[in-house]
Write a protein of this length. Structure first.
Length: 499
């Protein structure tokens, strides 16, 4: 049987970086083909070549046996190829229906947009995803997880022959992820080919028919999933064995209360918004407290209230001192750092360099007589590039050209360099490969050992259970349960989050 899509000898270079070096990939109708590899391995670049965002320097692409030069994303869609990017591309000030049918809205006989038909068609697509949302809802009012599902709905609406999914479950709740994986199988059963990029081993071995591994821009293996083991896959990806992804966790929590939150609640709320009310918890020096809950439970909203980026009422005490946090500047002065969930819009300035992003939180450290000491700034940035294994050819590389995982490492580094007393990390390993996850876990444990108090917000339950000293379960804007390390199972925590 001839592949629907065939790529041979694809190469692509950028200034200072050879992103792809003679990569081969093929996809058959009705096949789920997983593309695996560390961040920076070339996966996203290859997908951008397939979809016409980039033009390869050399190599051949065939679609249905015919050689094709894919000019741009519109041409790719005409060939039956759609993609769901890891980074969100929704328009916040448009409705769900308007996002799904953007630039191809159905028209009435008068030539105006037929909103009734567009909303009805959107409802059908949302039903396929088991999403109960009003098509007229503004996308800006949705959580990151729901925005990701809207991206998926838009790709499905094209009725493409090939759908590329780049880390589609990274920001989804467990239930939403299960719905998506079931949908992938149904799409494959309809003879649609799926290229699926994921770092989640359990997901890979559940969903894949075949797997191709990239490393340093080259194809290192391609085989049926039945011929691949987890151990072999990790070794192919990172060139080393990972005997323990989470490493050995040793609690470093002390009896000293670093932060106390009492009766935290919203200053204002509408009838449609999630109500945050009566949140109370303590965080100790050297402790990692995991906040777990399904998408939309209110975890991120609470962290934004603590950090001053969302109006709130209540008492926050840091190191025994009552503090007034009305904005992020107040929070930073009080010793807080916040690695946000959405690095693209909140964590980084993509058009700036790694060095410039790194020093955003502490530029004053390098100022002498109103001038910035670039040599010192660059030297310290290089220290963190090495410590966090950030893959960049130079500190002057623009962050937009880094892989998603390496962008996340830059977002973490800029806060660590400020030496906060309390660090909030919201989904710190979203979009990060297996090896980098292990490095982040080790980093967080090392910071706790040095006395840093850490709040870990994550929808990855095994992650929360493995590296948290305590777990706080959130549901519908309030704390519903709590567990000490070792006293909870995945079933216990998930039951608390869903009951």
């Amino acid at each position: 049987m001839e592949p629907f899509l065939e790529m041979q000898g694809i190469s692509k270079s950028f200034p200072g970086v050879k992103a792809l070096d003679r990569v081969d990939l093929s996809l058959y109708r009705g096949e789920v083909h997983v593309l695996a590899g560390e961040n920076g391995a070339g996966k996203s670049t290859l997908m951008k070549v397939i979809t016409g965002v980039y033009r390869s320097d050399q190599g051949i692409i065939r679609v249905e046996g015919k050689e094709a030069v894919i000019r741009d994303p519109i041409h790719a869609r005409a060939l039956g190829i759609s993609i769901i990017y890891q980074e969100l591309t929704v328009v916040d000030n448009l409705s769900i229906a308007e996002n799904i049918f953007l630039a191809r809205e159905p028209l009435s006989a008068t030539g105006l947009i037929d909103f009734r038909k567009m909303n009805a068609d959107t409802l059908k697509i949302l039903a396929e995803l088991e999403m109960k949302l009003d098509p007229s809802t503004s996308v800006g009012a949705l959580s990151v997880g729901h925005k990701q599902m809207i991206e998926i709905a838009r790709a499905i609406s094209y009725r493409s022959q090939i759908i590329i999914m780049d880390e589609p479950t990274a920001s989804l709740s467990d239930h939403e992820a299960q719905v998506l994986l079931g949908l992938v199988k149904r799409l494959a059963a309809q003879n649609i080919g799926i290229i699926y990029i994921s770092h989640k081993l359990e997901e890979i071995f559940r969903i894949a028919d075949r797997i191709t591994v990239l490393r340093d821009g080259e194809t290192v293996d391609s085989r049926l999933i039945g011929d691949m083991t987890r151990e072999l896959l990790v070794r192919k990806m990172v060139q080393r064995d990972l005997t323990g992804l989470f490493g050995e966790h040793e609690t470093h929590a002390t009896s000293e209360v670093m932060m106390s939150v009492k009766n935290l609640r919203q200053r204002k709320s509408s009838s449609r918004s999630l109500k945050i009310n009566g949140v109370d918890f303590e965080l100790h020096k050297g402790e990692i407290v995991g906040f777990f809950g399904l998408v939309g439970a209110g975890r991120t909203e609470v962290m934004e209230m603590i950090f001053g980026s969302r109006p709130s009422l209540g008492e926050i005490t840091i190191a025994g001192k009552l503090v007034k946090i009305g904005n992020p500047s107040d929070a930073i002065r009080a010793g807080l750092g916040f690695v946000t969930e959405d690095r693209k819009t909140q964590g980084l300035v993509l058009g700036m360099s790694v060095r410039e992003n790194f020093s955003l939180t502490h530029l004053v450290d390098y100022c002498r007589l109103n001038f910035v000491d670039r040599r010192q700034e660059r030297a310290r940035c290089l220290d963190y590039i090495r410590a966090l294994a950030i893959k960049t050819p130079t500190p002057e590389q623009k962050v937009v050209y880094l892989s998603g995982g390496n962008q996340q490492k830059v977002a973490i580094a800029k806060w660590l360099a400020r030496k906060p007393r309390i660090l909030i990390v919201d989904e710190p390993t979203r979009g990060i490969d297996i090896g980098a996850k292990s490095e982040v876990y080790s980093l967080l444990n090392g910071l706790a050992k040095e006395g840093l108090a850490i709040i870990l917000v994550s929808s990855d339950l095994p992650e929360v259970l493995a590296i948290s000293d305590r777990i706080i379960v959130f549901k519908e804007g309030r704390i519903v349960d709590g567990f000490n390390r070792g006293a909870a199972t995945q079933e216990d925590v998930m039951h608390a989050a869903t009951a």
